[in-house]
Design a protein around this ligand. Structure first.
Ligand SMILES: [Zn+2]
Ligand SMILES: [Zn+2]
Ligand SMILES: [Zn+2]
Length: 476
């Protein structure tokens, strides 16, 4: 941990600063979790040891709750599961994910002491729990968890005071990090990474954090000077500054005073009207279209949740037709419409349509996001694949290259998704060369390739980016 140091950040309290210069894509530190658990809702579909999604998992014969890829994963996870296994059996069922996580942390601390590795910069006792800041209903749920924890915690494990237990619940509540599957596409669990808890928020941060082979990596998004504070974004920049501040206040208990919030940077673009030949729609027209788009988004979300994809297409089309002439191409509601429509159309295999909307989405994102934002990279990847599927090899290859450049910074060369992208980049490059030499040969070859080895990205359209936009796992 010679790259960073704890310091007192003005107006923010404790923070981390760089002790040397960094460049885009540098790994400032990496850290394994102190403990991590699979979400309740995915307990039977995600391996409890490696957090991979598998179709066929083997159940722990003892508690019948934990699931694993195979014997190897089960053995690797046994040290963490051993006491949990006995506790679940005795309790008669598995408690919720918060309780399971706190218990795993506690067993680990009881065994190894408050500093589990020489890399750990801070003990959990020293981390904030923000219990005093909690709202009444949040506090109520919190107390229910603690009550159930006490029933779950075995008598033969070391006993702790209520203060110690509630502090840990508080720490997990505001610092529990969302653990994604191995490809980083879906949130599958929650874990605690003590050093990461020290990295403060900025809406326009200089770092990003990514889970790679079971460890989180804090990666630099650009040049960082020695002594500069290291920051990550806890909330998505695509929200308006007011909304980001509301989220940060209710979920993380602080007022964001970053430059982008103070100056409402890009808020005008996110809710703006479309300017054409110097003519702008009136404020009322923009407001009317914004409100209408918002209502349609709610309708669309409902249809998508119900899996009524043709209905989603109908709603999106109707909304886009009405609002596209009025709203700016960076309007965040319109962007959500385009994003969803492209995802659903790709799923339904209407690739040309999917490609057009994906391109509009990426063009809007480029104007809003930091050039090395991970969500922008993922969107460019999706758009690239969609263009490839639509037979637009030139644009497709360009987008895939763009995505690759971003992910080399945000995810690094060893991340599974970067490796996928690298393969796609080489494939599309080869195809592009062929296309330029002989279009006819290219098209017949492509058809065969599509039949035999589809470059699949066609999971169900559940908006994969949403899964990775929320850094920390918050109780809803
Ligand atoms: Zn596994
Ligand atoms: Zn078990
Ligand atoms: Zn801010």
């Amino acid at each position: 941990m010679e790259n960073v140091a704890i310091f007192d950040s003005p107006g923010k309290g404790r923070g981390l600063k760089a002790t040397k210069e960094f460049w885009a894509g540098d790994v400032i530190f990496s850290e394994p979790s102190l403990a991590a658990v699979v979400f309740d809702s995915l307990a039977e579909r995600i391996c409890h040891s490696c957090f991979r999604r598998q179709d066929k998992l083997q159940r722990c014969g003892q508690c019948k709750f934990a699931h694993y890829c195979d014997r190897t994963c089960q053995r690797a996870g046994w040290a963490e599961h051993k006491q949990e296994c006995g506790a679940i059996k005795a309790y008669g069922k598995a408690p919720n994910e918060n309780i399971r996580l706190v218990a795993r942390i506690m067993w680990r601390l009881d065994k190894e002491g408050s500093v589990v590795s020489d890399m750990q910069l801070i003990t959990l006792e020293e981390l904030e729990d923000h219990i005093a800041d909690m709202q009444e209903d949040e506090l109520k749920e919190f107390k229910v968890d603690i009550h159930n924890f006490l029933d779950y915690w075995p008598r033969n494990s070391k006993q702790h005071t209520i203060d110690v237990i509630s502090h840990l619940f508080g720490v997990v509540n505001c610092n529990g990090f969302t653990v994604s599957d191995q490809r980083g596409l879906q949130a599958v669990g929650v874990g605690l990474f003590p050093n990461l808890c020290l990295v403060n928020h900025d809406c326009w941060p200089n770092c990003t954090v990514i889970l790679n082979h079971g460890k989180i990596e804090l990666r630099s998004l650009g040049k960082i000077a020695e002594g500069e504070e290291l920051t990550v974004a806890y909330v998505d920049f695509l929200n308006l500054s007011e909304e980001r501040q509301r989220l940060l206040k209710t979920q993380y208990f602080f007022d964001c005073t970053c430059e982008h919030c103070k100056n409402h940077i890009k808020d005008d673009l996110k809710l703006g009207g479309k300017e054409e030949n110097g003519v702008k729609p009136s404020e009322e027209q923009v407001k009317e279209a914004t409100d209408y788009c918002f209502q349609m988004l709610e309708k669309m979300d409902k249809a998508r949740l119900n899996g009524e994809y043709h209905e989603v297409v109908k709603i999106c089309r109707e909304c886009i037709e009405k609002t596209e002439p009025v709203l700016a191409d960076t309007h965040i509601y319109l962007l959500r419409m385009w994003s969803t429509l492209s995802e659903v159309q790709a799923y339904l295999q209407y690739f040309n349509d999917a490609a057009d909307y994906a391109r509009k989405m990426v063009e809007g994102y480029v104007k809003l996001y930091h050039p090395n934002n991970a969500a922008l990279g993922m969107a460019a990847m999706r758009a690239g694949v969609t263009h490839w599927q639509a037979g637009e090899i030139e644009v497709g290859h360009g987008m895939i290259c763009k995505a690759y450049a971003i992910l080399m910074v945000t995810h690094g060369p060893t991340h599974p998704i970067t490796k996928d992208l690298e393969a796609m980049r080489m494939q599309t490059e080869m195809e592009l060369r062929m296309f330029k030499q002989n279009e006819y040969v290219y098209h017949s070859m492509r058809e065969a390739a599509l039949k035999n080895r589809p470059m699949t990205m066609m999971h169900e359209p559940k908006s994969v980016e949403e899964g990775i936009k929320n850094l920390f796992h918050r109780r809803k």
